[in-house]
Ligand binder design. Structure first.
Ligand code: ADE
Length: 280
């Protein structure tokens, strides 16, 4: 494997870890890093071609993976996913609930259908994945779950649906951390800020230009990388995080804390971006 992880070789050897939304962006980076560390990664998403492309990438690197198409909004599909993975792999040690979706819109133009669609994927879908992971795999064996949030510390104008859903996921993460502690299940979350991710390509050109402006308001004066997000997820899945549950980590170059009262001139002193996909 030639993903340059900061974690030790073989850290997840013998473990099966499900990554939803594993076909692109942060999900792909997390899947590749976990596979590079010895995990059998189950790539889950709605588009088989994207999952197959990441599977091929992992195979080329010498890692192990399988693919499952599943819509996390559909209860039966989620139940079937865990049943099939358990039949094939015998256990599920970890789950990364990365899959999600949203669209930019002022709140007053969002229909009930549009609002519900985002909540169903980002909140209800994440809940269904957590519940089935627990009921089918982790209740008797323990495990680690990492949920995906967004940096919504001060709300998120333009994405009221997703910000509300992710706030729900953050609170759900705290509740489940307590309810499932007795089973040895840890559950945490990550909240990425502006990440240079393939997901950004889905936004229109005007938004792309806007993003360049927003970078000026990030104290680190740069976007984060997919690998920087994946590394936080991998840490939360690792034994190094054995006493951490119900916690959320912001990966945002301190952007959620910045306000106009403290102007930061352009600088290039932020830590170098970490990209595990680079050759050593
Ligand atoms: N990625 C984005 N939306 C998804 C969904 N509903 N199910 C699985 N993966 C997804």
């Amino acid at each position: 494997m030639n993903y340059q992880s900061i974690f030790r070789t073989g850290l997840f050897a013998g473990q099966t870890i499900i990554v939803t939304g594993g076909g692109s962006g942060i999900g792909r980076a997390t899947a590749v890093e976990l596979a590079s560390l010895g995990a059998h990664v189950v790539l889950v998403g709605r588009t088989a071609e994207k999952l197959t492309a990441v599977q091929q990438e992992i195979t080329k690197m010498g890692g192990q993976s399988s693919t499952f198409t599943c819509n996390i909004r559909e209860e039966e599909q989620v139940q079937a996913l865990f049943a099939e993975v358990l039949a094939q792999q015998g256990a599920v040690h970890g789950l990364v609930n990365n899959a999600g979706g949203q669209f930019l819109s002022p709140a007053e133009f969002i229909s009930k259908k549009g609002f519900h669609a985002v909540v169903e994927t980002n909140l209800t879908g994440t809940f269904l994945m957590c519940r089935e992971a627990y009921n089918q795999a982790m209740r008797d064996n323990g495990g680690a779950i990492v949920n995906m949030l967004m940096e919504n510390w001060r709300g998120f104008p333009g994405m009221v649906h997703s910000a509300a859903a992710r706030a729900g996921v953050e609170n759900m993460t705290k509740t489940l951390a307590v309810e499932w502690a007795r089973s040895g299940v840890r559950i945490n979350a990550v909240a990425p800020g502006l990440i240079e991710s393939s997901g950004l390509d889905n936004y229109p050109e005007v938004a792309q230009n806007f993003i360049k402006e927003i970078v000026k308001d990030i104290p680190f004066k740069r976007m984060g990388t997919e690998s920087e997000t994946a590394a936080a997820i991998v840490f939360l899945l690792s034994p190094g995080a054995s006493y951490i549950s119900g916690e959320s980590i912001r990966i945002d170059g301190a952007s959620s804390l910045w306000r106009k009262t403290w102007q930061i001139e352009a600088h290039d002193n932020a830590p170098e971006p970490y990209d595990g996909f680079q050759e050593p």
